[in-house]
Ligand binder design. Structure first.
Ligand SMILES: [Zn+2]
Length: 482
């Protein structure tokens, strides 16, 4: 059978240098609903059902989610689990939802470049700018045969529309490609994410084992999700036919979008929490001899545990001591996996309440524990503002560690929040950085902080006001031990 792939290419409207718009009027391309029946087709009935499901759900996370894993069956089956997921983002400020669905009707990946998606509650505009950036970065195109009949994205839209009237969407169907492509898609998604972006992974769990087996295998799947172990998920899915579990045709129908979601979680340092699990056999409509599993998870940006902070402080202390005394670096293997994930970090040394050295990496270029050890040495002996720390000083040195979130661009310097944000200034080919704690410690206002940041970059005090000045901000978890 000959398969035609329709690729929609969008052209930006040209604006001439006289400022006269030369518009080519194109009709809006609106993706029509295909999954009515999974949810009510009437406007009022649909809204009533979604609101009813949400009112029965409970908000349990206390940080703003970055990623949700949500099932995609008919609302009478999975609506309760969907509501538990969407409840976690209720009342938060989001402007874009990147939705990773499963192409049940076509094997390849597809990204929607249409203008909007229609549902009974109205339309949701596609964020074309973000969609095109991702499409370009991953060489993804739109495959209408994959998207037109697909329900896995559409069934999430009524919840989004009820919660956020004007939210834009980036619908992506993730097909069976390879791990490199999943990694590429995850980093392209990360590149367009900001504080107002939610990533929604649409997947159901096991299909058609009997009730007890579903409970068992789905709980195993959830533990892979909680461990961000996408390799484990892939290996197990490859063994599905030799598993000898009667009726089981998949552990996770959305394996591909889930892998991408877990990779985004790692890139954004978001950690999962299980919100709910049940299967169709637990609903009034499902039989127990062949069921489908439904789980919802929310991923939020969580801090380091106290044990992890203590482990890092001990590594920094041991490293400074051994390096200053013997010129050697201790051999360590971190207890917590979290410490092996790349992260930006600064190590600050203080002596008698005065700065004694401070160096770090803004970007996550090394595993966290390694970045701490390297910058502990840098702060002790390579900060050009101070003489190297000597062994007689070691007992008076206090170590502070600042673990950084990845810097994100802000539109103008007025968007910077003093005390919360660390600031990276890039201007005239020069760069300077202040950690979030610097301005409050010095008692500076925002313009004063930016003035000192300009001077720190080796420029005049007003350099931050230049048109080509670019600001990035990050947040830091700061901790220390005497
Ligand atoms: Zn499915």
């Amino acid at each position: 059978m000959k398969r035609l792939i329709f690729i929609a290419i969008l052209f930006f409207l040209a604006i001439s240098c006289e400022g006269v718009k030369q518009e080519e009027v194109k009709p809006m391309r609106i993706r029509k609903p295909a999954a009515i029946g999974f949810y009510p087709g009437g406007k009022e009935a649909c809204e009533e059902m979604v609101r009813g499901l949400l009112s029965g759900a409970k908000k349990v996370v206390n940080k703003k989610p970055k990623i949700l894993i949500v099932p995609h069956a008919g609302y009478i089956y999975s609506g309760k689990a969907q509501a538990e997921a969407f409840k976690q983002i209720e009342g938060e400020d989001y402007d874009t939802a990147i939705i990773l669905g499963v192409p049940h009707h076509w094997p390849a990946s597809s990204i929607s470049l249409s203008d909007a998606y229609e549902i009974p509650l109205g339309t949701l505009s596609v964020d074309k700018e973000k969609a095109e950036k991702i499409a370009k970065a991953c060489e993804l195109s739109e495959i209408t045969e994959a998207d037109a009949p697909e329900h896995s994205i559409e069934v999430q839209l009524p919840f989004l529309k009820v919660l956020f009237q004007d939210i834009k969407i980036v619908p992506i169907l993730v097909g069976r490609v390879d791990m490199d492509e999943f990694a590429g898609l995850a980093s392209a998604i990360k590149a367009v994410m900001d504080d107002k972006t939610i990533v929604i992974v649409s997947t159901d769990l096991s299909h058609y084992p009997e009730y007890e087996s579903a409970n068992k295998v789905d709980r195993e799947t959830i533990s892979f999700l909680l461990n961000l172990d996408e390799i484990g998920l892939v290996q197990r899915e490859m063994d599905v036919y030799s598993s000898k579990i009667p009726g089981l045709s998949t552990y996770l129908c959305g394996l591909s979008p889930t892998i991408v979601g877990l990779k985004v979680a790692k890139l954004t340092r978001a950690r999962p929490k299980t919100l709910i699990y049940y299967n169709s056999g637990d609903t009034p409509y499902g039989k127990r001899d062949g069921v489908v599993g439904y789980a919802s998870l929310a991923f939020t940006k969580e801090g380091l545990t106290n044990e992890e902070k203590e482990e890092l402080l001990k590594m920094a202390k041991d490293t400074v001591e051994l390096f200053v005394k013997e010129g050697k670096v201790p051999e360590v293997s971190p207890k917590s996996m979290r410490l092996t994930e790349p992260s930006g970090v600064f190590v600050t040394l203080e002596k008698d309440g005065n700065l004694r050295g401070c160096i770090g990496y803004i970007w996550p270029i090394k595993p966290l524990y390694q970045a701490v050890m390297e910058n502990a040495i840098n702060a002790a002996v390579k900060d050009y503002r101070f003489p190297p720390v000597t062994s007689s000083e070691l007992s008076d040195i206090k170590i502070e560690i600042s673990v950084l979130s990845e810097p994100e661009k802000v539109g103008t310097w007025t968007d910077i929040v003093l005390g919360r944000d660390g600031i990276v200034l890039n201007v005239a080919g020069r760069q300077s950085v202040f950690l979030p704690q610097v301005a409050p410690e010095q008692g500076w206002t925002l313009p004063e902080t930016l003035m000192y940041l300009s001077i720190k970059a080796g420029l005049d005090k007003d350099a931050y006001k230049r048109k080509d000045a670019v600001f990035e901000v990050f947040q830091a978890e700061v901790f220390s031990k005497e």
